[in-house]
Design a protein around this ligand. Structure first.
Ligand code: GLA
Length: 386
């Protein structure tokens, strides 16, 4: 892969590329819509992601090229003119990371040529954007010899996404992609950023990702709406409770105080955030006890809560998950990521994976009218120089 990309680099930029870099995509096993509520998440990095070849330049030109968007050609700008430009499309992500480095005092003073290639299915909710961001962060660290650790790069990438791009995401995606570890998921407390690795010991079973292939049309506005509903619920609860985030309370405290929340829709949103957070802790404990059936049951409960209380699923995700629940050998299945489209994640016993893909695939096509895509996922390492 890297050798092919070096050849492409030379063809596109007319000179040899120096360093090769990689940042993965991510899948979240459980803990959905908890990362902006001060709760826990349990994602892992994948073995597919974004590759990049980069060379520092002596002048001020930044030239970016993506093999995935070759119709857009080379996108060029001056290193001193870092501003969001709609026409620069995907290149706003690396640009945003340059901006975030500058803002933090790590000034990018000269230009660079960078070629990107990603094999994460685009727009599938497996974080291709956070993956480009972390790939860029690792490139900048290397080309400009910055003394910056991975957690700081994770935060800078999130800042790029929140402020430069204007998407109000939590920290889960950037964290999983920066800090991922082969064979492990990361239990991250988004309130404190304390984290621990947990081996995903599911011997005899696989993680199967299914892509609805649904365009995530209104996803961003609905995402922001859910965030503000949780914020309103928190404000109402704070009248009676001394808390700073929904992630600080357990189910019993929520049930005893939910009467404080004025809007009944907000009660459902907050309920999901509180219950999902506790569910995530229980799921990680189940995994460490090798109780994979309980882990799967909690995944299923997570989906029901995202469907009925948080209302971020939709017919495509529900169809994939409900078909999955009916298949032999399925330990658990749920939507993953922001929702409204994107992917599901299922744990399936190895001997049933092929039947799973065949049956769920054909029934999904029959019900929805177009195909789903399936990937048997491997858990890989985080962003790095190759
Ligand atoms: C998106 C966001 C994450 C997180 C998930 C939902 O992937 O980027 O920060 O909020 O949705 O869990």
């Amino acid at each position: 892969m890297v050798n092919d990309l070096k050849i492409d680099f030379e063809r596109v930029f007319g000179a040899e590329g120096q360093g090769a870099y990689f940042a993965p995509g991510r899948v979240n096993l459980i803990g959905e819509h908890t990362d902006y509520n001060g709760g826990n998440v349990f994602p892992c990095a994948l073995t597919f992601g974004t590759y990049a070849i980069a060379t520092k330049r002596d002048d001020k030109k930044v030239r970016l090229y993506s093999k995935n968007f070759d119709q857009l050609g080379i996108i060029e700008f001056d290193v001193n003119e870092i501003k969001y430009e709609k026409g620069h499309d995907w290149a706003n992500y690396p640009k945003g990371v340059i901006w975030a480095f500058n803002e933090s005092g790590k000034k990018i003073t000269s230009g660079m040529d960078v070629l990107f290639y990603g094999n994460i299915p685009n727009g599938a909710g497996l974080s291709s954007s956070a993956s480009i961001e972390l790939a860029t962060a690792v490139i900048l660290k290397d080309l400009f010899s910055f003394d910056v650790d991975m957690i700081e790069m994770v935060k800078l990438s999130k800042q790029a996404e929140n402020i430069f791009i204007g998407v109000n995401c939590g920290i889960m995606d950037q964290f999983a992609i920066g800090m991922g570890k082969e064979g492990c998921a990361i239990l991250l407390d988004t309130n404190t950023l304390k984290y621990e690795y947990a081996k995903v010991d599911i011997e005899g079973a696989s993680i199967v990702i299914a892509n609805t292939n649904k365009r995530r049309g209104l996803a961003d506005s609905k995402y922001n709406e859910r965030r503000s509903q949780c914020e309103e619920a928190l404000k109402d609860l704070q009248v009676g409770l001394d808390i700073r985030a929904l992630g600080e309370i357990d189910e019993a405290t929520f049930e005893a105080n939910k009467g404080l929340i004025k809007d009944y829709i907000n009660v459902k949103r907050a309920k999901h955030a509180v219950y999902e957070n506790q569910r995530t802790l229980r799921a990680v404990e189940a995994l460490s006890n090798k109780d994979i059936d309980l882990f799967g049951k909690l995944m299923n409960e997570s989906h029901v809560s995202l469907r009925d209380d948080y209302e971020v699923t939709g017919i495509e995700l529900d169809t994939l998950v409900e078909l999955a629940w009916d298949q032999k050998g399925v330990i658990g299945s749920r939507m993953t990521g922001a929702g409204f489209g994107g992917c599901t994640v299922s744990i399936v016993k190895n001997e049933f994976v092929q039947d799973f893909i065949k049956n769920v695939g054909s029934q999904y096509k029959e019900n929805i009218g177009y195909e789903a895509d399936f990937y048997v996922a491997q858990i890989g390492d985080g962003a790095r120089k190759l």
